[in-house]
Design a protein around this ligand. Sequence first.
Ligand code: FE
Ligand code: CA
Length: 520
Amino acid sequence: MAPSDPAGRRRLLLLAAAAAAPSGWPRWAGAQPRLGTQPFRLGVASGSPDHQSVVLWTRLQLEAADGPRVPVRWEVADDEGFRHIVQRGQAAALPDLGHAVHVEVAGLPPDRWYFYRFMAGDAVSPVGRTRTFPAPDAPAARLRLGHASCQRWEHGYFSAWRHLRAEHPDVVLFLGDYIYEYPTSLPAVRWPGGNWVTSLADYRERHALYKSDPDLQAMHAACPWLLTWDDHEVENNHAGLQEGTGGFGLVDFPARRAAAYQAYYENMPLRSSVFARPQPAGGALRLHAQVRFGRLADLLLLDTRQHRDPQACTRGGRTGASRFLPADCAEAGHPARSMLGHAQEAWLDHRLARPGAQWTILGQSTLFGRRLFRTPRGDELHNDNWDGYPSARARLTASLQRHAVANPVILGGDLHENWVGHVKSDYARPDSASIGVEFCGTSITSRPGLSARAVAAALAANPHYVLADARHRGYGLAEFTPAALTMSLRTVLDAEDRNSGVATLARFVVQAGRPALEAA
Ligand code: FE
Ligand code: CA
């Protein structure tokens, strides 16, 4: 298990900070441990880019999981042949961090692509490609951003990643459900399966299973990623430190969450500063962040899971999530309820108050706009997305209006369905102003919860949405220029086919200065 005592958690964040320094571990005692046939078989990744730095990641697979600390050399070059080295150094793969390596390379020239690789003993990693962003005050002509979520292993193959990679995005924005903590569900498209994931060893193994996929590895190696999580990185439908669905109260949830958070850090290209200080029970990772892509785009990455209040009025008085009748649930509308937690809300409002870039991109895990379901029992909402936190949603839309935020674009995931719509200043009034656009993306593989017919009925009941589709898996490719956003909803032909082709479900254009979706 992850350290559940305060001293253990404190040690963990100090180790993470020391290990991520570009030359934090100059000397080692002892000999090179046995590395096995290919210690780099989980691949390489990069992430959290800004205009002068980026995190390089790998995680060694050793013959013995509790093997000793391993020195790992790294190189960043201008060229794929590594003849023109830009920087090199040495890092540590520590058993306490699952033999993960996080190198925070800094001092790189802005707005450029680089190649990188790792070496341990005689082994050399695959070569990765990454980039720095343009400086915050520099012009930028174009940003190609892929966004995706929800990649349940046994529901299909990750062909979507292969097709996104072929489109050469500058960055991938991953919006949650990187792993699923479930036992293998049937029918399973692929094996090996697994059991419930609850301990640190379990979460490490599940991440290693997902990272063994060649298309996912290749996407990580192709460009930097920015990530946030949803629920399944820990447990279905959990809310902050409240257990969701499926834990059955059998496992100490704060200890389980701390284990899941540690494994998440170990397996993602994150900065060590995400380990919040102090580390409370249940762990804490500060995932919310702001990244600028020149004067073109302001990327605000939000965490909708760690700091939220529990879902209101879940059926049967249970924990977890369900639909609810707002007429019977005064709690949902309580003004104190928060989706982001009040500290993150204040942080976001402060960020939105400053002059931003041409486009303001909010990356978060779930559906933002109101989605009413007309049923014989009355109009229902779902309590796990922003419909369960309407006062928090109203505070965010008020903040966007108060600060006259330029061109807001809200990106989400979670539903395993594509939903495209206008962000409304007041969702209760269909004629209220549109203040931005929303693209809630489908899944990489995870199956949808709604039938095509139910989605069509919900679309008809919510006219601020212009497209809804549950039939397809895939990703979104957004191209931002100073003049316009062009969003392509790309869908794989068959997520159960390892060699699936790809198609375009729809394409939308949003002109800068005009929050309206135009079919393209
Ligand atoms: Fe999901
Ligand atoms: Ca989810």
